[in-house]
Design a protein around this ligand. Structure first.
Ligand SMILES: [Zn+2]
Length: 378
């Protein structure tokens, strides 16, 4: 393992550094659209950039972390920083450190309650229309501290059409000293009219070695979390090489005091992969026996990724999640019955939909693994 220094001041991961270096701080565009796969650090990048644009120490192209503006920003109180994010993403913002965002659990007694809940959930995943409108309206008055003003919107593709139109109008006639930092996981879903008014920055996914080295450094910095390199690597590949996503996953588990569950899920996922690599020789009963105590959603996600890779390889593509198993995947794709593979994929989707009220895990895993094994029986 190559240790990398963790500087509190630098939140820009090495693979996004070239983008940072490409920015001209003396002529910052009024709208930047940073796009790329989720979980690779776009949000961290945007927060650092927002802080840097608001920092009041002159001549610095990085937030100084000492001035009043940096202090306001770090505590989530900078009056010229507006973040439009859905409730589900608010924990990413600095002020979340001071809030208890754990909502009290309510018991669902009737169907009506359940429906309200699901509507609320939908609401939480969207950027509020009212917030967008009032944020944009507030731009007509000058900035509070007389310097820049930064509006961050993420995920941009979740902006509802009327909010998108409001935004578009501001982009057409940008208010003075206002910088829009727009983030999108899927830039193709952003209105072309918005895209064309932004400076587009494509955030790359790190190559495996760089991403892993960053991740290992971050995980090692958490003292009471002892994961082996192999466990970290498995989790990394599982998340499609998105280091921030893996890190969040690991931290979330730690916060829940579920470190044992995480280790169990990672170990079970390795057993599952080794078993699936055997195709038609998969010992399904034995495998289900070994893994059924792990988190079902985690196992199903592993199967989905494996199948996605298998499908990619059979279309002469490259595996995204398990590149190290390229030759195994190639062998399997030659043996697989396409129709059966498709049917198995559908079974997986069905199982995922029901994963929150699982039937007996073991029985379900046995059924799935046995179906998978038959894919390779011609
Ligand atoms: Zn500063």
């Amino acid at each position: 393992m190559i240790p990398i220094p963790i500087l509190n001041e630098n939140r820009i991961p090495p693979w996004l550094q070239p983008i940072w270096d490409s920015l001209d701080f003396d002529r910052t565009p009024h709208a930047i659209l940073l796009h790329g796969q989720s979980g690779i650090g776009k949000f961290a990048f945007a927060m650092e950039l927002a802080k840097g644009l608001l920092c009041e120490t002159t001549g610095s192209h990085r937030p100084c972390n000492h001035c009043e503006a940096c202090h306001w920003f770090s505590t989530g109180n900078h009056p010229d920083f507006i973040a439009l994010v859905p409730e589900t993403h608010r924990k990413l913002l600095p002020q979340a450190d001071f809030e208890n965002d754990e909502a009290p659990k309510r018991s669902k007694s009737s169907k009506e309650d359940a429906e309200t809940d699901s509507n609320e959930k939908k609401e939480k995943k969207n950027i509020s229309i009212e917030e967008t409108r009032s944020a944009i309206e507030s731009l007509s008055i000058g900035s509070h501290r007389g310097g820049n003003r930064v509006i961050l919107i993420y995920p941009l593709e979740l902006l509802r059409p009327d909010s998108a139109n409001t935004l578009l109008k501001s982009l057409e006639e940008p208010p003075a000293n206002t910088i829009f930092l727009l983030l999108a996981d899927r830039v193709e879903r952003v209105l072309p009219t918005i895209r064309s008014r932004c400076r587009l920055l494509a955030a790359p996914r790190p190559d495996r070695a760089v991403g892993l080295s960053w991740l290992k450094g971050k995980v090692t910095a958490i003292s009471n979390l002892k994961l082996t390199d192999a466990e970290i690597e498995t989790a990394f590949d599982e998340q499609g090489g998105a280091p921030f996503a893996v890190f969040d996953f690991i931290v979330a588990r730690r916060n829940k005091d579920d470190k044992d569950e995480l280790t169990l899920s990672i170990a079970a996922s390795r057993i599952l992969l080794q078993a699936m690599a055997q195709g038609g020789h998969l010992p399904w009963l034995e495998t289900a026996e070994k893994i059924h105590k792990a988190h079902l959603a985690y196992l199903l996600a592993t199967m989905q990724r494996w199948i996605a890779d298998l499908q990619a390889v059979s279309r002469s593509g490259f595996p995204r999640y398990y590149p190290r198993h390229l030759s195994t995947l190639q062998n399997l794709s030659q043996q697989a019955n396409e129709l059966k593979l498709l049917a198995f994929w559908k079974s997986l989707l069905q199982a995922r939909r029901a994963e929150n009220h699982p039937l007996a895990n073991r029985i379900q895993l046995e059924a799935l693994l046995s179906q998978y094994q038959q894919v390779f029986e011609g």
